[in-house]
Design a protein around this ligand. Structure first.
Ligand code: C5P
Length: 410
């Protein structure tokens, strides 16, 4: 994983007793892949689910279980371990552990480490959905949050106990991303960012539509990255099957005209508009009220009419936001993208090749960023990682634009 935020970082991973403890084994690997140094401390109950040996093998270091282990204390005492940690991540964090942490107990190694360390503490809760919803758990969590403890997740879905609801531990790579994002600069703090994402569907009749293969993943990743960078984010989403990123205001639309209306309503106050949606250029002239029947002569002609160009209209606003367009091309990437940059009067265009397993419906992507003053290639990486790089570049351009405007008006 091309994450740099965790390189060399000393992470103490605390594992508490719950069935999700098995996922913490994968987490150790992912943290190590991201360059972190990982030490593991477990509660006695966690060791009933996964053996300390598993974590020892994966982290390459002995695992601490108890305050009262003389040989372990002789090697690295618990106070030393508390000082060593730059981040403490408890994953999974059980309801019991959250309760003990919230009330400042220090009756085992892990709670003692949390109290004795100056490092920021993050908890990734995992429990039965009823336990999660319980007022006691929620009150404990509110207390922890008010003291600056970070909470990652939980996710909702089917649970090991057979129930469905909130309380699932986030996946290992989501936890690594969450931890990495705590180290990122809040470069878009106080900014309003508008993102369009996904395809549009243009109805032909009540059961058919014209659509495209955009999954929305790139746009959702940009919305998430902008929110993590401190921006207030509005995400106008076409029909996609993706969860709303944390802290993002989402508006769901279906057709290009609906997307146009939602974007124009939000664009006037936006500092940045990232148009990552694959907007259908045409829609059927008329939507049939009833399902169109097969015909005997074998043919059928669909009259199409052009949709509004959302990006071009935002570009024409008197107070226009910084404009970032996307160009999905199947050939002559840079030539087509540069022409689009100029035609649509964009500040930046992110071009990528699509087709042949690239671009749409996949997790990885590569982007060529083209501006009037140069080109930057972002090599193949997960869309989430690319999104962070793009957000950094947007933040820099925004600052530069304001500095220039300041000079011009001085
Ligand atoms: O010209 P083309 O459709 O390839 O331009 C792509 C860029 O323009 C994307 O950023 C896309 O979101 C935006 N676009 C738009 N409204 C349209 C068509 C494209 O905002 N009707």
């Amino acid at each position: 994983m091309a994450l740099t935020e965790l390189a060399g970082r000393r992470v103490l991973l605390g594992v508490t007793g719950g069935i999700a403890a098995y996922k913490a084994a994968e987490l150790v690997r992912r943290l190590a892949e991201a360059g972190a140094q990982v030490r593991v401390a477990m509660t006695e109950n966690a060791a009933r689910f996964v053996t300390p040996l598993t974590f020892q093998a994966l982290s390459g270091h002995p695992v601490r279980l108890s305050l009262w282990d003389e040989s372990a204390e002789a090697a690295m005492g618990h106070i030393e371990l508390a000082r060593w940690a730059e981040d403490i991540l408890i994953a999974p964090a059980s309801a019991d552990f959250l309760a003990r942490l919230a009330h400042g107990l220090a009756d085992d190694l892990l709670t003692t480490l949390c109290l004795a360390s100056a490092a920021p503490v993050y908890v990734a809760p995992a429990m039965n959905q009823q336990m999660w919803a319980n007022a006691a758990t929620q009150a404990n969590l509110a207390l922890l949050r008010s003291r600056g403890i970070g909470v990652f997740g939980p996710a909702a879905g089917s649970q090991a106990c057979g129930e469905v609801g909130a309380g699932r531990l986030l996946e290992a790579d989501e936890l690594v991303q969450a931890l990495a994002s705590t180290r990122r600069p809040r470069s878009l703090s106080g900014r309003q960012v508008l993102v369009s994402a996904g395809p549009t569907y243009e109805d032909i009749d009540p059961v058919r539509f014209l659509g495209n293969r955009s999954s929305g993943r790139m746009g959702f990743a940009i919305a998430a990255a902008a929110a993590e960078a401190g921006a207030a984010v509005t995400l106008v989403a076409g029909p996609v099957h993706l969860a709303t990123p944390a802290g993002v205001h989402r508006i769901d639309v279906r057709s290009a005209r609906q997307m146009h209306a939602a974007v124009m309503a939000a664009a006037a106050v936006a500092d940045v508009f990232v148009a990552a949606a694959a907007v259908g250029d045409f829609r059927p002239q008329e939507v049939a009220r009833h399902k169109i029947k097969k015909r005997d002569d074998g043919g059928m002609t669909l009259e199409l009419t052009q949709n509004p160009d959302i990006l071009a209209e935002v570009a024409a606003l008197p107070r226009r936001p910084l404009l970032v367009g996307f160009a999905a091309e199947t050939e002559h990437l840079e030539t087509h993208a540069r022409a689009k940059l100029e035609r649509k009067r964009l500040d930046l265009i992110a071009a990528n090749l699509v087709g042949g397993g690239l671009g749409f419906e996949v997790d990885d992507n590569s982007l060529t960023l083209i501006a009037a003053d140069g080109t930057i290639h972002l090599p193949t990486a997960p869309k989430r990682e690319l999104a962070h790089q793009l957000v950094d570049i947007i933040a820099q351009r925004l600052e530069r634009r304001e500095a220039t405007a300041g000079v011009a008006s001085a």
